[in-house]
Design a protein around this ligand. Structure first.
Ligand code: DQA
Length: 143
């Protein structure tokens, strides 16, 4: 059983209520149930925090034993060298995820402090970005 940790950062607890024209009207909890049904071969754990240090603690906690971390660091993506260092410090591959296409938004969202340490980045596909990131973690034989 592959172990995957999804980590959501600040303000993502408000998915479904927060700026629905950008982030949609579905809650993450409902989406998570569907993901778990879709990937019965994976143990998908979920953690959300609005606090930078708690996100770092979670990366440290799972980052030497899980098969993959799917991380939407929210606005900390654009500011946090501490998160960059945490991703570099662990051995579990991290996939950076964004619901929105950050490159089509304000210039300050075009910069990611964490991308360089991540295995890959998925953005702009709405909540489906998380599923695509899981696909990246699981890997497929090349076609
Ligand atoms: C986000 C994009 C970030 O710029 C923003 O601060 C978020 C959500 C996204 O999923 O599109 O909180 O990471």
């Amino acid at each position: 059983m592959k172990k995957i940790q999804i980590i959501n950062g600040p303000n993502l607890n408000l998915l479904g209520k927060r700026e629905p024209s950008i982030y949609g009207d579905a809650s993450f909890e409902g989406y998570l149930k569907k993901l778990r049904v879709r990937y019965p071969q994976c143990e998908i754990s979920y953690y959300q925090s609005n606090i930078e240090g708690e996100l770092i603690n979670k990366i440290h906690e799972v980052g030497f034993s899980y098969d993959g971390i799917v991380l939407n660091a929210g606005a900390y993506t654009h500011t946090s060298i501490a998160l960059l260092d945490a991703i570099k410090a662990v051995t579990t591959p991290v996939v950076e995820v964004h619901i929105s296409n950050v490159h089509a938004r304000e210039p300050f969202r075009h910069v990611s402090m964490i991308s360089a340490a991540c295995k890959g980045v998925v953005l702009g596909f709405g909540l489906d970005s998380y599923r695509l990131a899981i696909e990246g973690v699981l890997g497929e034989p090349s076609i």
